[in-house]
Design a protein around this ligand. Structure first.
Ligand code: NAP
Length: 312
């Protein structure tokens, strides 16, 4: 039996954990891979306060993890399969069959990359199809790669990939990019980046690995075939909420609905970070939501258990 269980060790989960552990409330984070979440996919973070020279996503994740462990936080590696309620208790079932219980549950499970759902995508994952430029970019030295998408991630990844690739094709379905203005200005200045706009991917073709893309113009009847060595898919994210089973209220896209205290519709269950419905998905917003969730979770616990029991 745990006091607080946090699902997910990204910036939201770790910030919540740091706040609670520093207040001597025993806290366990359940993490699927490695603490840090999508920060680990970001090479350099330049807009997180306190790092005038920027900091790598890996280092920021490591620092947050160390801070959490320093205050006595615990991390369990595993994947959550299901959550249930028994009276006030939250029951968390892991995929390895283990069952955990807690008074408070904070869902900070973040989100994952969306897929295109086109022919060849699944088949060539790891064989030219990638969802992470930071992880796989170096395999494409002097090659020609395509990035699909027009948001911040696609633009940042295109710029990053020019370190390795000879040409980066940025393929977007509309004439306007969705990315922030400063990123748009940077991408347009980069001579290695060629825009293929407005096109969508219809198929990824190849034999042993991805070799070309069939692209369809979204404004007129026209299909083209583009030879590539790799394709980076960056068309947004979907929330990691498969384990909810309808227990907690979400919007139509699966993002958890919370109030300003990060409370869900279930007492004692909070959510924060990229898994919630909100208008700004940034590391700093995730971290501050984690802190808000922790603050109100602590108040909830204080009404539930005596002070002595709470901090032991
Ligand atoms: P996003 O902002 O949702 O952008 C997704 C892009 O993919 C859009 O351009 C969208 O086109 C396109 N798209 C979606 N489905 C598609 C499909 N089936 N085929 C082709 N294109 C498709 O996602 P994101 O770039 O991953 O960013 C997610 C959040 O993280 C955002 O809030 C972003 O601001 C934040 N973020 C911030 C930074 C930063 O501040 N440096 C860096 C990375 C991410 P349309 O534009 O036509 O819809």
């Amino acid at each position: 039996m745990e006091r607080v269980i946090i699902i997910g060790g990204g910036p939201a989960g770790l910030s919540a954990g740091i706040f609670l552990c520093r207040d001597k409330i025993p806290t366990l984070i359940i993490e699927k891979f490695s603490p840090g979440g999508n920060m680990l996919l970001t090479e350099i973070i330049e807009n997180y306060p306190g790092y005038p020279e920027g900091i790598s996503g890996f280092d920021l994740a490591e620092n947050m993890k160390k801070q959490f462990l320093k205050f006595g936080g615990q991390i369990k590696y595993g994947e959550v399969e299901k959550i249930q309620l028994r009276d006030n208790k939250k029951i968390i079932k892991l995929k390895n069959g283990q069952i955990l219980e807690s008074d408070v549950l904070i869902i900070a499970s973040g989100c994952s990359r969306k897929k295109l759902g086109v022919k060849g995508e699944e088949e060539f994952i790891g064989k030219g199809v990638s969802f992470c430029a930071i992880c796989d970019g170096a395999f494409f030295k002097d090659k020609e790669v395509a990035v699909i998408g027009g948001g911040d991630s696609a633009v940042e990844e295109s710029i990053y990939l020019t370190r390795f690739a000879k040409i980066v094709y940025l393929i977007h379905r509309r004439e306007e990019l969705r990315a922030k203005r400063y990123l748009q200005e940077e991408v347009k200045k980069n001579e290695k980046i060629k825009f293929i706009i407005p096109y969508i991917v219809k198929e990824i073709k190849g034999k042993e690995k991805a070799e070309s893309l069939i692209l369809q113009n979204t404004m007129k009847e026209e299909n083209i075939e583009l030879r590539i060595d790799g394709i980076f898919i960056s068309v947004g994210h979907k929330p990691n909420t498969q384990f909810l089973n309808g227990l907690v209220k979400t919007n139509e896209n699966g993002f958890i609905i919370v109030n300003e205290k990060m409370e869900t519709n279930i007492k004692g269950i909070y959510a924060c970070g990229d898994v919630i419905k909100k208008s700004l998905y940034q590391i700093i917003t995730a971290a501050s939501e984690g802190m808000i969730a922790a603050f109100f979770a602590e108040r909830y616990l204080e009404n539930l258990v005596s002070n002595i029991n709470l901090r032991s």
